[in-house]
Design a protein around this ligand. Structure first.
Ligand code: NAP
Length: 213
């Protein structure tokens, strides 16, 4: 493996699940947040994981994961400093979801996506949409009763997607389902309201989509 330092921008369920999981696999992890002191005081069993600002975490990682509220994703990239992502592999786990009506809706979509906006904001980085279509509890060392499907990913850089697959295999995935360039983030993000509805109907949050032929 080429790299073992990951900066995770986000301290919510996803940031903490990824932090714990990457650390378990031997990675040197830093979580980024607006409130490092508060996070340090509250993370308990994540104490072996370093904590810093969003920019500290972006600087720390050879690989950087964006795992913040979708509506804040572009702001967080600005806060972290786009120059701190240059030449790096960036996993975008975010989704543009709006729960304000009580139902889940996309807050953007159609001919746009957060994946594309993040790639546009970080022209010197290789953004791969990744982790956004599965529950935080299944992101690392996933276990599905009917077998673990490949992770849906997309992005513009073939080499970055090949590295992504290597990393995901290390983290317990069987491989990736590459659905194309970063414009495919429109459809990976659009899967998520369906994922929420299916989970609600089945009464589980440990499901995932799989392509069968
Ligand atoms: N939950 C899941 O299982 C799951 C699965 C797949 C994808 N996702 C996606 O992953 C992302 C993270 O989800 P999550 O469940 O961990 O929690 P979340 O509540 O969506 O995000 C929490 C993070 O967003 C940051 N944040 C919130 N508002 C902000 C603002 N105004 N300015 C700057 N930062 C702000 C928080 O910063 P602080 O650290 O400073 O509080 C925190 O780090 C979301 O885009 C979500 O759609 C979630």
């Amino acid at each position: 493996m080429e790299t073992s330092r990951v900066g995770i921008l986000g301290s919510g369920d996803v940031g903490q699940a990824l932090g714990r999981g990457f650390a378990r696999h031997g990675w040197d992890v830093m979580l980024g947040t607006r409130s490092p002191d508060e996070l340090r005081a509250s993370i308990g069993d994540l104490a072996s994981v370093a904590v810093g600002s969003f920019s500290d975490a972006a600087v720390h990682g050879d690989v950087v994961v964006l795992a913040v509220l979708g509506d804040a994703a572009e702001t967080v990239v600005e806060m972290a400093g786009p120059e701190n992502f240059a030449e790096k592999l960036v996993f975008d786990a975010t989704n543009p979801l709006d729960f304000s009506s009580g139902e889940v809706h996309l807050s953007l979509g159609g001919t746009d996506s957060l994946g594309e906006r993040i790639q546009n904001a970080l022209p010197d980085a290789s953004v791969v949409k990744c982790f956004n279509t599965v529950s935080n509890s299944q992101m690392i060392d996933p276990e599905f009763e009917e077998g673990t499907p490949p992770m849906f990913i997309c992005g513009n850089d073939e080499e970055a997607k090949a590295r992504t697959e290597e990393i995901l295999v290390e983290l317990g995935w069987p491989g990736v389902m590459d659905v194309g360039d970063i414009t495919a983030a429109r459809y990976l993000e659009a899967l998520v309201p369906l994922w929420v509805r299916v989970g609600s109907n089945l009464g589980t949050w440990k499901h995932a989509f799989k392509v069968v032929q």
